[in-house]
Design a protein around this ligand. Structure first.
Ligand code: A5P
Length: 233
């Protein structure tokens, strides 16, 4: 998809998602280029009047953008229950609406926000869809800094072929929470994601992995021509 069509697809999906946002909601805001459209659109709606919300951002990037758009934020660590969370995804398995997330480096916070929310919806472009999870995206795993080499060895033993994520400057990428990420292309294709979920969660140094296996209420998929399709249809 060319860049202009990709942006059109993301914008279209974001428009559908923001239509779910109602006055008075406590809203979880995910991270990524599709979510940037959601935040822009919410800011415009708030400035237009008639919408008052409080948002919990999943990253410093999203927080900065939301603040610039005049969206009030709740950044206390308490994280009171949310009415709705909207987030992007790196891969969506069409039939199950299971996800791989975390290529933007915000997976631990995204998972916490998803779990704190009564409803969770996803916005993406159609390039994220797959018939089988693990076809399009490798699996990121967020790990504690302490002993991360040992954690990496455990991921290697499981077959993840982990590599420590590095930033543009060549130094290890550090998440907003001060953690590290191992990208694990070796887990592709994913055989049984639930078994992998259990095995990864059993490693002490693993804080979160990018498998989001709980059912997503709805996935809004934007297409390059501006159409949006819904999963489930
Ligand atoms: C962030 O950590 C990821 O989970 C994002 O949701 C993901 O990378 C989607 O980003 P785009 O909307 O830019 O594709």
């Amino acid at each position: 998809m060319d860049p202009a069509s990709a942006e059109r697809a993301k914008r279209a999906a974001a428009e559908f998602a923001t239509a779910l946002v109602e006055d008075g909601m406590r809203l979880g805001l995910g991270t990524g280029t599709t979510m940037r459209h959601v935040v822009d659109l919410l800011g415009a709606r708030m400035r237009g009047g008639g919408l008052s919300i409080v948002a919990v951002p999943t990253s410093v990037r999203t927080a900065e953008q939301a603040r610039a758009q005049g969206i009030p934020l709740d950044e206390s660590d308490v994280l009171a229950p949310l009415d709705l969370a909207i987030d992007g995804a790196d891969e969506v398995e069409r039939g199950t609406r299971r996800l791989i997330k975390g290529h933007g480096g915000a997976l631990l916070r995204e998972k916490i926000v998803m779990e704190a929310s009564r409803r969770f919806v996803v916005v993406c472009d159609d390039g994220k869809l797959s018939e089988r999870l693990g076809t399009r995206a490798s699996l990121p795993v967020e790990v504690a800094r302490f002993g991360h080499g040992a954690t990496g060895r455990r991921l290697a033993e499981l077959g993840g072929a982990p590599s420590l994520r590095v930033g543009d400057d060549g130094a290890p990428f550090v998440t907003d929470g001060g953690n590290l990420i191992y990208d694990c292309p070796g887990f592709r294709p994913l055989g049984d994601p639930f078994t992998l979920d259990r095995r990864l969660n059993a490693i002490a140094g693993v804080l979160a992995h990018g498998l989001f296996l709980a059912p997503v209420e709805r996935c809004m998929v934007g297409h390059g021509d501006g159409r949006v399709t819904m999963l489930p249809g």
